[in-house]
Structure formats: C-alpha cells, structure tokens
Design a protein around this ligand. Structure first.
Ligand code: CA
Length: 222
C-alpha cells in the first residue's frame, strides 16, 4: 500500500511519514501543492492525505484537478478550517473524507483503512492463500500453525500479492504499490525481496504459493 502525504508543516509531514511507515505503508511525503498534484497524477497511490492550506496550490484545487483528470484515488483532507462551507466545497471537489487538525493518528489510520478496504478484506482484514494467513492489523503471518517473521518490506510485498491473489503482478505494479519514490527502479530490489519471501513462506512446504510468470511478473496462488 502506497500513500502520498502533501503537508507543508514539516513536523506533521515527518510525523506522518514515520508513523504511516511504521504501519507498513510506503509513503511519499511532499510539502507543496504543485509537487503533490504532479506526484498524484503520475503515480497510482492507494490513498492521498492532503493538507488544505498549502503553498503553490490548495488541497481543494488539487482535489478538483485530479478528479477532472479522471484520477479517483481516495483522498483524505486534513485542515484546520472548520467552517461548513469549506467542508462542503472540499467534498464537492471530490475529497472522500475530511479530518480536522489537530487529529489523532489512530483516527487517521481508521479512516485510511476504511477507504482502502477492499471487498475481500471487510471481515477483520485477514488475507489468505491456502494455509497462509496474513492479518493486516496485527502484522502477523502464519503458514499452517507456524508463525513466520517477515521484514517490513517482505510483509508489504506479501500483503500486496495477497490483496490481488490469483492475478499476475508486474514488476512495475509492485514497484508502484510497495516501494516509494526513492527506490531506484533499475535495482534488483523486488527480485531480492521475492526470493527472501519465498524462502520464508514456501521453501519448507511442498505446495509453493508464489510463482513467477515468465516475462510478466509474480502471483500468489488463489
Ligand atoms: Ca498547511
């Protein structure tokens, strides 16, 4: 899951990048509206957390420009403004949710989870493939009864594979959803992580769950 944070207050931006990172999201965090709009237009984020009062372009402008371009990424606006007109304007411009500053991180997380929840995740956010079980909230992975310890990136990669189980995911799709913009797209980081993930979840078992689809990408068994 990849999130874009557009926030000009340095402390809040750093806090959100670190806290969302700790919740196993990959996070791009930028400080001005133009850069935010650019990134939101060229990347396929799972959620955008958008401050309303920003240098160069407001949250309201970013929202309506993205929707005009046909981008329907879920957007949560965070703003100090509390008057009803602003709120209605923002929702009309295509924002999905609105949070008033100061907000608690728990509330932001609850709203993010509500927006990205896919149909198969509705019940308790448990993702499975055969005897493999991943619980998104607890950050745990088990195969059969055995608990498997994954690194942050391995967990994120597995979560992405399981959210799209049965479908082939290309390197580009994985890079876009699991890594942030600081990753060198030509490095072999995806292959390395797939390899270590396979070692942990597949090697001891006769039934292999992760497969390579030659020339296309990777998939996890349905
Ligand atoms: Ca601001």
């Amino acid at each position: 899951m990849r999130i874009l944070v557009v926030e000009d207050e340095k402390e809040i931006r750093y806090f959100l990048k670190a806290s969302l990172g700790a919740e196993l999201f990959s996070v791009d965090a930028v400080e001005d509206g133009e850069r935010g709009l650019y990134l939101a237009s060229v990347n396929d984020y799972d959620v955008i957390v958008l401050d309303n009062i920003l240098p160069k372009k407001s949250g309201l402008e970013i929202c309506s420009e993205l929707r005009k371009k046909g981008k329907n990424t879920p957007i949560i606006i965070v703003s100090v403004k509390t008057d009803t007109t602003t709120k209605i304007e923002l929702l009309n411009a295509g924002a999905d949710d609105y949070l008033i500053k100061p907000f608690s991180f728990e509330e932001l997380m609850a709203r993010i989870r509500a927006l990205i929840r896919r149909p198969q995740q509705v019940k308790g956010e448990v993702l499975t493939s055969n005897d493999l079980i991943l619980e998104t909230k607890k950050h745990t992975v088990k195969r059969g009864k055995k608990e498997i310890h994954l690194t942050r990136k391995e967990f994120m990669l597995l979560e992405y594979l399981l959210s799209n189980k049965g479908s082939v995911l290309s390197r580009g799709m994985i890079l876009e959803h699991v890594w942030d913009m600081d990753t060198d797209p030509f490095s072999n980081t995806i292959e390395t992580h797939i390899l270590s993930l396979r070692r942990k979840i597949d090697t001891p078992h006769s039934k292999k769950l992760i497969s390579t689809v030659s020339g296309c990408g990777y998939k996890i068994a349905d």
